[in-house]
Every structure is written in C-alpha cells, then in structure tokens.
Design a protein around this ligand. Sequence first.
Ligand SMILES: [Zn+2]
Length: 367
Amino acid sequence: MVPLATIRKIEGICAKFIWHGGIHAISWEQLCRPRKEGGVGLRSLVSVRETAGIKLAWRFLQGDSLWSAWMTSRYLRGRNFWVCEIDNNYSVSFKHILRNRPVLRTAMRRRMREGGETDLWLDPWISGQSLLEILGPQRDGVAYRGLTCRHIIRGGVWRPEEYRFTAPLGEEIRRVRITPTALSDVWIWAPPGRSEGAGEFRFSSCYDLVRPHSDDMEEYDFVWGKGLARKMQLSAYKLVLGRLLTRDRLLRFGVSVPDPKCVLCEIDNESIGHLFFQCHVAWSIWTEQSRRHLGGVGRERDFREILKWIGDCRDKEQSWARRARLRLAASVWHVWRERNRHIYEGLSTPLVGILHNIESDVLVMSP
Ligand SMILES: [Zn+2]
C-alpha cells in the first residue's frame, strides 16, 4: 500500500505538469470529478488508493484464499471481523482492511444460504446493520455468542419468531433473501444504486462510491455538450468555473500586470464579468450575430444570464438551443482570443473580422 503522503506528492507533480508550473487555475480535486459534475474525469489517485484498499478488504472477506485464512487465524483468532477493535500489533494492511469497514457495510450484502457462516448478532446482514446494533446489548449477553443465522432458518425459510424476533423486525429479517443451496453464505458486492449482477467486486463502481461527489450542473453541458470544438472547451470550462486568468485575478494572485484595464474597450478594468459581456466591444460581438441568427440576445449582459436565457427558451426546438450554445461558446472563445492577441502579440482584429471568424467556426461545428 503506497503511503498517502506519496500519493499526494505524485498528484502535485501531475498538477504542476498540467499547469506548466504556473498558477493552478483549477484545483486537482475539481479536475478529478466527472464532467457532469464540473471536472474533466481524471482519476484521483487518493480515491484509487482507497478503492484498492477496499478491494483488498473484499478479497479478505471472500475467505477463499490461503492469505485470508492466514490473516484470520493470525489476527482475528475467533473475534468477529465487524466488531473487533484495531490492535496496534496488527499489520499495516490488516489495519487498513479494518478501517474500510464502514464503506464495506454500505457496498456489500450478505448472500444468505443456510445461515451457518453468518453470525446472528454481530454480522451486519440486515441492510448493513447487525442485530446487536438494531436491538442494543441484551441482558443475557452471553447467550448470543456464537449463534448463527441457521438458528432462525428452517427448510430455506426465515423463522424469526422462534427467537422472539417479532414484527416489525421479523418483517425486516424476512426481506433478506435466502438463496437455497448447500454452499456457504458469502459477502457479495452490491453498492447502492447499482445492479452488479453476479456480486463480483467492480473497481469502477467502488471508485465511484469513494470519490468526492458534487452536484451535476447544466452549465457543464455548455462545455462538454455535443459539437463544441476542442479548442474552445478549455476556455469555456474555465469560464464556467470562473477561473479564467483575467487581469483582476492576476492582480489578486500578486502577478504584476502593466495595466488593469480591459484591452478591448480600454475603459473599464478587466474582470470575467466585464469581459463577458459588460464590455461594449464583447457585447456588440454577441448582439451582432445573436440578433441575426438567434432572434434575440438575452436579458442581461452577463454570460450566465445568456446561458440561462438559452435554456429558458422552451418554445424553441432543441436544435435551436444547441446552435445558440455553440454560438455563445464561439463568441466567448473569440473574445478571449482577441484579448490575448492584444496582450501578447499587440494585434487587434476589426469587428467584422472577428464576426467573420466566428461564422466560419460556427459553420464547422453546426450539425
Ligand atoms: Zn472592455
């Protein structure tokens, strides 16, 4: 098992590589989310490491290897896996396995056969919980040690009433399916919201379970939706996350800029809000083509508001919304490109030229 500090160091090197050693415009954690959650779908090594640890725990719980038998006899010595305390003398990997118990509870289910291998009181076989957790410690505590589920199964059917488990607990128990065969009870892989078929461990579903989650956002459709040219994706992505390095942000990062003013209009200071589309130059780029091709421009001079306006135009067909998004993305990209040409090459394109370039880009992207 690779130490966490090493993993974080490797991730730091990857991030540095992506940003060429400059400012990390988007955090590594953010990049590691799926696209619909605002990332680019990179694998988080921290989560990969966690997934590998859970896979190890899963293999241990299968109990069908010499390694698992050896670990059981060496460390557990008759104690229950689910309730035993972590002992300092345990090996690093066994401690790691035990620390993963909370995830294992949510991601695994007991395939019950005759009940002979399932601890009636201590194993979490009722929706990830044990009887001890549901009922609390009993007065005759000693009596339930070593009992298995076989005690309340007769002829492949649950008989919870034989052990004073009445409704509603009895009903809950009956909901646990019994697979009538002579084989042993086993833990199967069954993470919530997934149908995993045979119950075999799946790296992808486990990774999905342990990685950090965030809400899906419609705006990410704008970035990763069908048809958008590759060259436009990164700036659109940074724009949606508010991470484009405009002059106001550079100043905040302590980078010296010759002039905080917007190079397109030379009136107001440059910020994301100004450049897209408070700036009259950028605004005329958008309005010129939007009036002509989309029959409107949106209510506010703000990128997000325009995006919302496109989404709200429910009376228009889907293809209209798609064309409108592509046109918006093209405008944004050309505004950003024009700004960069000004700053880095000292060049400027007349408005008609920019509009012409947008038209040819839109033509290529349109279905
Ligand atoms: Zn401006």
